[in-house]
Design a protein around this ligand. Sequence first.
Ligand SMILES: O=P(O)(O)OC[C@@]1(O)O[C@H](CO)[C@@H](O)[C@@H]1O
Length: 389
Amino acid sequence: MPDTADVPEAPVITSSDPESFPHSVLAERHPALIRRVRDAFPYGPAQHRALDALLKSATEGVIEALDGDAWWEAWGVDEYAGRTWFEVPFLWSESYFYRRLLHAVGHFGSRPWSAPWQGVDPFRPFKLAELAGPEAREEISALDRLAALPLEEQRTALLHGSLWGNRADLGFRIQKDDDEASAAELVADDSDALWQLLTGAGTLVLVADNAGRELVPDLLLVDHLLSHGHIERAVLHVKPYPYYVSDATTADVVDAVRHLTDAGTDHGRRLWSAMADGRIDLRAHPFSCGPLPYADMPDDLRAEFAAADVTVLKGDLNYRRLVGDRMWPPTTPFADVTAYFPGPVAALRTLKSDVITGLAPETEARLVAAEGQWRWRTSGTHALIQVRS
Ligand SMILES: O=P(O)(O)OC[C@@]1(O)O[C@H](CO)[C@@H](O)[C@@H]1O
């Protein structure tokens, strides 16, 4: 089992409480996702049977070993085998669900001649529909208005575009009726500290989250930082395989850059050449699809983050992995729970799960008075920018 000895103590979140958000993800979101993936492709009988088996296992069954997967063996699958999905850490069981879903649809097929679905992204139709949608078109047409603003306003708008782009998470929207959450409030805002780190920096590591309407503003922010001399180079971490519905893979980066070039924007052309000359470098580390907190990251990934002037982690899942998926008292200092991280680190996240740290006592009190203990944590209507320099 991975070593988490350095992480301060707070209860690890599981899905065992039927009233909890994690329970609803396993009991409602995952079955709904299986239905949507099943309906999105003309899969054959073997895949339908595998999806039926996955649905049964995920809701009524137990964790099973993943034969021959060395990564998952290192990540604890044999230790958890035989336990229900609801009693192991929520972070772990969710990740395991995506690994099993991809296996069920043949994404990892081992023999090329019998593996026609190998490499097919089961979430691609949803991702493409989002990029083709009216909101994505409007966002492109807003770029001209953006260019007319003073530089400081441009960079703030781009930072907020990247931050709130995180609401465009397809997994989250499976459980929400309204496509766009309405209210929007920052519960912590360390953006001054972030701009200090991003001024005259050499390397920015950006750990991306979702494709489409989150990745496009992420890339626009990187383009701005490169074009205006804030940074010399960006290393963009994406997922090595489809994950958490809309998480960005290399194919999604290509689609996002093409989306910008096809629209005839200078941003698209600049991003394309920055990739060609190495100012934007892609990474797809296996640990990015791992079920563990970053405190357990392997040495090569640790070295990569240590070499950066600042690492920015996008989104809710990366936040859970950064601070540990635990029931922290909300005023626990962000600097304490990220002290292990090798180098300056920032989180840009809309709140879509129970985990929260780094709140001022008065902010927590106000949120609890208005919405109780839980709603504001998962509704996607609040966001944060937190920095540990
Ligand atoms: O990382 P993201 O895309 O911002 O959010 C991922 C998410 O939708 O999935 C998890 C629950 O399934 C939560 O962490 C969050 O709600």
